[in-house]
Design a protein around this ligand. Structure first.
Ligand SMILES: *[C@@H]1O[C@H](CO)[C@@H](O)[C@H](O)[C@H]1NC(C)=O
Ligand SMILES: *[C@@H]1O[C@H](CO)[C@@H](O)[C@H](O)[C@H]1NC(C)=O
Length: 354
């Protein structure tokens, strides 16, 4: 069994332990091949900064799927990160409905809840969605070097400029799915990016489908009366050259790729200091032993071993559980080698980009 296999099995075992449901999947373990018309599931996650979706979902009055939101099985990693993943009412089919405007639902927001939502917008809360294991992101540009990157999550509303007093609620989502065809013409598509441009559309919320976003017609929740909100969305399928294997590269953006010399030197000094301390202690113990052995009277017949000399008896003794020992040693060697290689190559990488 290859080491990769072992990790895979360990992961599968852990996730089956944790989710204990009939279906588990390891996100990102294997590409999902979509065919034209296949349903693409959009999951919703907790808002960040953290606000558990289940406790507060009712106050936000977001659109809910038929029968209420259902919790989705999660991986161990996402449980540790505090994700709360639920299904959503978005009806997305692969390569279908390109740029069609849909009304998701209309909701009534009472005055109290409007105040709650506006406060969350002022606190810059962001929505998080998951599609095929990828987080929905906003496309941003690093002002320092002009790099384009994907910033996970997108804003609940807009409280900049003219909307600082009364923030605008984003009630429209322009969703761009970036897809890649491994073999052109084979009806196999893979999702390699999910971008969302949230927008706010004001006007009569009971009127027909309207996805025209304009800067001076935003939707503002009135904190005095009950409000009617229309949630709309529009899906665009956009071809991308990014293969599935490197789809995460856009998300993993390093803002300031400089070596942090100070912390590097700091750690090196601590490591050297600890090494010196331990070797001093060892040296003192051994030299104390040696001087004690040198001092004993050679005429004495029977001598008890003590100190470091006792070790020679232990080294050649067969361990009680040789199998456990060899497994531990083998795994430890693999981990150590892995850490070494990872540190070595990331070090090489960092010195390359500088
Ligand atoms: C989802 O959209 C498809 C068309 O793309 C439509 O045929 C289907 O009825 C829709 N399903 C729901 C639940 O609205
Ligand atoms: C969807 O529409 C956009 C904009 O009109 C276009 O660029 C894109 O190629 C279309 N995608 C498909 C799959 O037709």
């Amino acid at each position: 069994m290859s080491p990769g296999h072992r990790w895979y099995l360990a992961g599968a075992f852990l996730s089956s332990l944790v989710s204990c449901t009939n279906a588990f999947y390891l996100p990102g373990a294997a590409p999902h091949d979509y065919h034209e018309g296949e349903t693409v599931k959009v999951f919703v996650n907790a808002l960040t900064p953290m606000l558990a979706a289940s406790d507060n979902a009712k106050i936000f009055h977001f659109c809910e799927p038929d029968g209420g939101p259902k919790s989705e099985p999660e991986s161990l990693g996402s449980i540790l990160f505090g994700d709360r993943i639920f299904n959503s009412p978005y009806n997305v089919s692969m390569m279908r409905d390109n740029t069609t405007c849909h009304v998701l639902c209309r909701q009534d927001v009472p005055a109290d809840d409007a105040k709650f939502i506006n406060d969350r917008i002022r606190e810059d809360y962001a929505l998080n969605w998951l599609v095929d294991g990828l987080p929905a992101a906003e496309m941003k540009v690093d002002t320092k070097n002009g790099d384009v990157f994907f910033d996970m999550g997108f804003n609940l509303g807009d409280d900049e400029g003219a909307y600082a007093e009364m923030p605008a609620l984003n009630n429209h989502y322009d969703i761009v799915f970036k897809y890649h065809e491994p073999q052109p013409g084979s009806d196999v598509y893979r999702i390699v990016g999910v971008l969302v441009w949230p927008a706010s559309i004001g006007g009569n919320q009971d009127s027909d489908t309207n996805c025209d976003t304009s800067e001076d017609n935003k939707f503002i929740l009135n904190e005095e009366t009950s409000n009617r909100v229309r949630y709309t969305y529009r899906v665009t399928w956009s071809e991308s050259d990014t293969p599935w294997a490197t789809r995460w590269d856009n998300y993993l953006h390093i803002f300031d790729p400089r070596i942090h010399w100070f912390s590097l030197v700091n750690s090196v000094v601590i490591v050297v200091f600890l090494c010196v301390m331990v070797s001093m202690i060892l040296l003192r113990t051994v030299s104390k032993d040696i001087s004690r052995y040198n001092a004993i009277d050679l005429s004495e017949e029977v001598q008890e071993d003590w100190g470091w000399k006792l070790v020679h008896g232990e080294v050649f003794r067969t361990p009680q559980h040789p199998m456990v020992l060899s497994v531990l040693v083998g795994n430890g060697a693999q981990l150590a080698a892995m850490v070494g290689v990872t540190l070595g190559s990331s070090g090489a990488f960092v010195s390359c980009i500088n």
